[in-house]
Design a protein around this ligand. Structure first.
Ligand code: ADP
Ligand code: ADP
Length: 226
């Protein structure tokens, strides 16, 4: 597990679009922090900077003890869960989970252990030989989470992972993510525009507005204010 620390993080896109205007945030070891706020407030940009998918214009980003500003995504010891699943369509579920580990040179028994563990936690053991197109939306999203789990990262980043699912599945997956969080206690940064998701999952919520932090607090503190 790792602490994620943002000091004065800024992002200016070409055309002088100031998407993130100076964010200080300290996510503790094992803490689950949810970023909320209106569309266009900079949530996704902030998360993508932490992931290494977007360059940082200004400021310092620590993951664990390291400054990771210029490290590649794969070197940051994080795993990201996307809303569009990002599965390999031609591979079985097992190989979707195993592929990255194989690339990274893990031994066969270690791959089997990690895939087995993740599949067990996400209850997708029965689908390991299927292709993604033979799965429901919820099952696909579980596989996408499995791809993050098998990496056994120091931190998880979630970019609206449930927003493509129907309402019933969203509720179910919300509960499942909460259970995983209780079990794994991995440091997490989670972006959503869904208030119920934020309230259910977040130890702490960070409300962004126009590229800046507007409020920080527990779900109770944020949503019980007049
Ligand atoms: P959110 O995730 O909260 O909806 P984003 O981080 O996607 O917000 O966007 C923040 C601001 O940055 C918006 O004004 C958006 O239009 C702008 N923006 C996002 N991505 C780019 C980009 N690649 N180039 C230029 N502007 C961008
Ligand atoms: P994976 O490792 O997910 O099976 P690849 O081996 O094709 O897929 O990885 C492509 C690149 O993207 C690698 O640098 C990998 O470390 C990175 N990457 C893949 N999945 C994630 C993820 N969920 N979060 C962060 N980085 C990822």
């Amino acid at each position: 597990m790792a602490r994620i620390k943002l000091d004065g993080l800024k992002k200016t896109y070409p055309g002088n679009v100031q998407a993130v205007k100076g964010i200080d945030l300290d996510v503790a070891d094992g803490e689950f922090v949810v970023l909320v706020g209106p569309s266009g407030c900079g949530k996704s940009t902030l998360l993508r900077m932490v992931a290494g998918l977007e360059t940082i214009s200004e400021g310092t980003l620590h993951i664990g003890e390291r400054v990771v500003n210029t490290l590649e995504p794969a070197e940051r010891d994080i795993a990201m869960v996307f809303q569009n699943y990002a599965l390999y369509p031609h591979m079985t579920v097992y190989n979707n989970l195993a592929y990255g580990l194989k690339n990274r040179g893990f031994k066969a028994d270690e791959i089997e252990r990690r895939v087995g563990e993740a599949a067990g936690m996400l209850e997708i053991e029965a689908f390991l030989t299927r292709k993604p197109r033979q799965l429901s939306g919820g099952q696909r999203q579980r596989v996408a989470m499995g791809r993050a789990l098998v990496r056994e990262p120091a931190a998880f980043l979630f970019d609206e992972p449930l927003s493509n699912l129907d309402a019933k599945l969203r509720v179910q997956m919300r509960v499942e993510i909460k259970q995983l969080q209780r079990r794994l206690k991995t440091t997490s940064l989670y972006v959503t525009h869904d208030q119920l998701e934020a309230m259910t999952l977040g130890d702490r919520l960070v409300v962004l507005n126009d590229g800046l932090i507007e409020q920080v607090g527990t779900p109770m503190e944020i949503y019980s204010r007049p």
